[in-house]
Design a protein. Structure first.
Ligand code: ZN
Ligand code: ZN
Length: 592
């Protein structure tokens, strides 16, 4: 394989006199096999120069593009890649399958009208998009293995095997353990897993944005130190390592000095690993060798995504005594494509953890109080997410997160996916207040749940939808496990699970709530009513409170696009909500 570097800068392009030798363009790599297969890895601004070179060759152009993740410095060249504009050209683009968006949607995001004059639909070339999971697949004569890296965005590393040689690309990546990152401990757990992935590579291209001295103040930002990468290369029998994702602040002189120091250290320890810093324009011929195959603790699986969750081949340990709860957790785990390993005793738990190390543990208080279970789990790796199932969260218990009962299947699935993918789950259910029994009694005294629509309520939601120019408006009543609409304009159904309810937050806080853009809100961005129908982007709800002080529901407005909501709007919504309250209050008096 021949590898050429078209960009080696991380984070932001940095042209100028201080970066003229190593280059200012963000990451882009051209890889060609002896047979002529073309693979481009990452599409930073370096892609522009590569595109021009490819076009200057003439003829029709086909190739494959692997994207590690969709942070700017890895995709910003896409709209400027000239071969995309030539009819007859064929390109395949591969990248990690995100939770909410396809790769195509994500790439199209930076080509929205606000940012760029044309959309991907206007590319002349035929472009196919492929969402990837962890696993292997083939690109002509190249075997590609993918592995999730540790970075704030879902990121894949790529191991390419062709022509009898192996090239591994890992950007962006930070060691999982702080101790391993700082060289205070040897490789173990997930960091050993990462070392297995790069094992025996003839060429390793690795994120090395920081120096060991800079790293402590940048821990958690998703990048490695140069010193860590060199240790990794030595530990994993890598023949040659190229440091890249250079910090924008790193001058040519500084990089020269760092590389020189590293080489001196390696010489002193008689290490044979070759180290250099990626240089824009440089090409490396990777000689064939008998590289060791990547050591894999799992079966080889196909990397091409066919189902939504990217979680196959991983297991979840479940030790929950309550059979109903354990079954619900198990069903959610399986629905996400994960294996559910149930255990009843501490002894079986320990055995299972050893035989099939889980990616997530969901346990109850009894299991958490048992050091044999917790100890075995913590021994796998420090970062293993351990989630406690309980009726209430308790501050003093040290777990990754809580799954409070009762929960819906959809809620549990969203949380499980996020825990395993180590991402934040932006779906927060409304808490339930202490006066809930009284509140439910007051609601039920109205005898209104599941009754037919009535004109006196529909009139109000109709006026609300027209006044605020929103497609949906509802009078919502919050029942024990659902929200039910006494009146609704523009919604498909008349009820939703309480877990997903926006109005439940209004009822709990007893205050109006406005969410101008759900996708930017930690409480709602992963809510199923946002990600799926009715695709709520805007919400404004006003509490409906009876004279006994119980808040039974809301009058609310919904839209599928983000909006603003002024103080005057809130006043008008309040006026309408007061009319709703009067109607309910009259019912109450009527029943009394
Ligand atoms: Zn980056
Ligand atoms: Zn990144």
């Amino acid at each position: 394989m021949r590898v050429q570097f078209w960009g080696a800068r991380g984070s932001i392009p940095k042209p100028g006199p201080s970066t003229v030798r190593y280059g200012g363009n963000t990451l882009c790599h051209e890889i060609r096999t002896a047979r002529g297969t073309l693979v481009i890895i990452d599409c930073g601004t370096g892609l522009h120069g590569l595109g021009l070179k490819l076009l200057s060759g003439g003829g029709s152009l086909s190739g494959h593009i692997l994207i590690s993740h969709t942070h700017w410095d890895h995709i910003q060249g896409v709209p400027f890649f000239a071969p995309f504009f030539v009819p007859g050209n064929k390109w395949d683009i591969y990248g990690p399958k995100g939770l909410n968006q396809s790769l195509r949607e994500t790439l199209a995001g930076q080509m929205q009208h606000t940012y760029f004059p044309i959309t991907p639909d206007e590319f002349g070339a035929a472009i196919s998009y492929h969402d990837l999971l962890e696993g292997t697949f083939e690109i002509d004569d190249i075997k590609v293995t993918t592995r999730y890296l540790n970075h704030p965005a879902l990121t894949l590393g790529y191991r390419l095997e062709a022509d009898g040689s192996t090239v591994v690309y890992c950007c962006d990546h930070e060691p999982f353990s702080r101790e391993v990152a700082e060289g205070r401990r040897g490789f173990s757990g997930l960091d050993q897993h990462h070392a297995d992935f790069v094992e025996g590579a003839d060429l390793l291209i690795h994120d090395a944005q920081y120096t060991a001295a800079e790293y402590p103040s940048k821990a958690g930002w998703g990048h490695s130190s140069i010193e860590f990468v060199v240790r990794l290369a030595q530990h994993a029998n890598v023949k040659r390592v190229v440091l890249t994702h250079h910090d924008p602040m790193r001058t040519d002189e500084a990089l020269d000095g760092i590389v020189e120091k590293i080489r001196d250290g390696l010489k002193a320890s008689r290490s044979t690993v070759l180290v250099s810093a990626a240089t824009e324009g440089e090409a490396i011929e990777v000689a064939s060798s008998d590289a060791l195959p990547a050591r894999s603790s799992r079966e080889e699986s196909r990397a091409m995504a066919s189902v939504k969750p990217a979680l196959s081949q991983q297991s979840v340990l479940i030790k929950v005594a309550d059979v109903k709860v354990a079954t619900a957790v198990g069903n959610a785990v399986r629905a996400e494509g994960l294996r559910a390993n149930f255990c009843s005793s501490a002894e079986t738990a320990r055995k299972l953890i050893e035989q099939d190390p889980p990616s997530l543990a969901i346990i109850d208080h009894a299991a958490a109080d048992d050091d044999r279970v917790l100890g075995a789990l913590r021994a796998i790796k420090d970062e293993l997410p351990i989630v406690m199932v309980a009726a209430h969260e308790r501050q003093e218990v040290d777990v990754t997160d809580w799954l409070t009962t009762p929960f819906t299947d959809s809620y549990a699935r969203t949380k499980i996916r996020a825990w395993v993918l180590r991402e934040a789950c932006r779906w927060i259910r409304a808490p339930i207040s202490e006066n809930e029994p009284a509140r439910l009694r007051s609601l039920r005294e109205l005898n209104i749940l599941d009754t037919e629509p009535e004109e006196r309520f529909d009139r109000i939601t109709r006026v609300a939808a027209a006044l605020f120019n929103v497609p949906m408006a509802t009078i919502t009543l919050l029942d024990e496990s659902r929200q039910w609409f006494k009146s609704c304009q523009g919604t498909a159904g008349r009820e939703d699970p309480r877990d997903a309810s926006f109005c439940a937050h209004v009822v709990y806080n007893r205050e109006p709530m406005v969410v101008v853009d759900t996708l930017r809100d930690e409480r709602f961005a992963d809510n199923p009513l946002v990600l799926g129908g009715p695709r709520i982007r805007f919400y404004a709800g006003y509490p409906v409170t009876l004279s006994d002080g119980c808040c039974i529901g809301t009058l609310c407005l919904l839209d599928t696009r983000p909006r603003t909501f002024e103080a005057i709007d809130l006043k008008q919504l309040r006026d309408l909500a007061l009319i709703v309250m009067e109607q309910f209050q009259a019912l109450k008096v009527g029943h009394a």
